[in-house]
Ligand binder design. Structure first.
Ligand code: HSE
Length: 307
């Protein structure tokens, strides 16, 4: 095998109550990468399509992740990467995680190293750190493993793939405003009131319990954020109206996707998910802001080979 093509999916981190620990993998949108062997030794990114990102290994999330992997598992064969970015950088649906995951998984597959996906996560995290300045795997884990994931402990790679009830459908609206993860983190209060912590803990337990028992009502009651949303929502135009619209239409829950500016809604079935998308559109269309809307099932596979 001299080259492979990879689909590296987008993802939604936090899922309202699971700041920095929960995430889910999307199916309709993801980056593509071609990774090939080269007679010239070393690692090179030779093409990036779709985004204005650096080709330099040290400055590119995919490059840093790939280099981290190759430092640990060197290759005498040279490697070239072409990146076809379909996920907008800074959108809040795991663009940097997709780049990092795709590069590491792609090289491991190309070289037929037979690593378990979970063991590739630390290298992908090294790439993600370049983008967000901190290690959190709530996009990396679902992009790599697929489904809904819980990062219980990052240091020991205690990452659990949770069940994804089959009728869950995600609607995403991406208002195209610039919002850096580092800024969205910097504005957060460093202390959490005990009462809020209690509510947040109850909700994350409820959400996970609902995922295991296919209890959509419990999932809906638990998709709440007591800690992060209040401050971050101020950065997203019409956030409260968009959320109210989704919930009025019948979404199970709605919140900020990762650090924003994208907003996600989870619905039971495609009919409601489509109506939520229409509701989002009618609100955001009144503003002078470009936007994208996506509807997706939960992708249970994560990153994969396309050919
Ligand atoms: N969980 C992160 C945050 C974003 O909300 O800042 C995704 O890693």
């Amino acid at each position: 095998m001299d080259s492979i093509k990879i689909f590296s999916p987008s993802s939604v981190a936090n899922l309202s109550c699971g700041f920095d620990v929960l995430g889910l993998c999307l199916e309709t949108i993801g980056d593509e990468m071609i990774i090939r062997k080269s007679e010239k030794p070393g690692l090179r990114i030779i093409k990036i399509d779709g985004e204005d990102l650096p080709l330099s290994i040290e400055k590119n999330v995919a490059g840093v992740a790939a280099k981290s992997y190759l430092n640990k598992f060197p290759s005498e064969i040279g490697i070239e990467i072409e990146i076809y970015k379909k996920i907008k950088a800074g959108s809040g649906i795991g663009s940097s995680a997709a780049s990092a995951v795709g590069a590491v998984y792609g090289i491991s597959e190309l070289l037929e190293r037979n690593h378990e996906k979970i063991d590739l996560i630390p290298f992908a995290l090294d790439g993600e750190k370049l983008a967000s300045g901190e290690a959190h795997a709530d996009n990396i884990a679902p992009a790599m493993l697929g489904g809904v994931t819980l990062v219980r402990d990052l240091n020991s790679l205690d990452i659990i793939k949770l069940p994804s009830p089959s009728e869950l459908v995600v609607t995403i609206i991406h208002p195209k405003i610039e919002l850096k993860t580092s800024h969205a983190r910097a504005i957060l209060k460093k202390q959490v009131p005990l009462k809020s912590l209690v509510k947040q803990t109850a909700n994350i337990a409820g959400l996970i319990s609902g995922l295991y028992s296919n209890d959509y009502d419990l999932i809906s009651r638990s998709l709440r954020d007591e800690i992060i949303e209040k401050e971050r929502s101020l950065l997203i135009p019409k956030y409260n109206s968009l959320k109210k619209s989704a919930l009025d239409i019948g979404a199970l829950g709605c919140g900020i996707s990762g650090s924003g500016p994208s907003i996600f809604a989870l619905s039971k079935g495609h009919i409601i998910a489509n109506e939520v998308a229409s509701g989002f559109k009618s609100i955001i269309s009144k503003l002078d802001i470009d936007f994208d809307i996506y509807i997706s099932n939960i992708n249970s596979n994560g990153v994969k080979k396309m050919i």
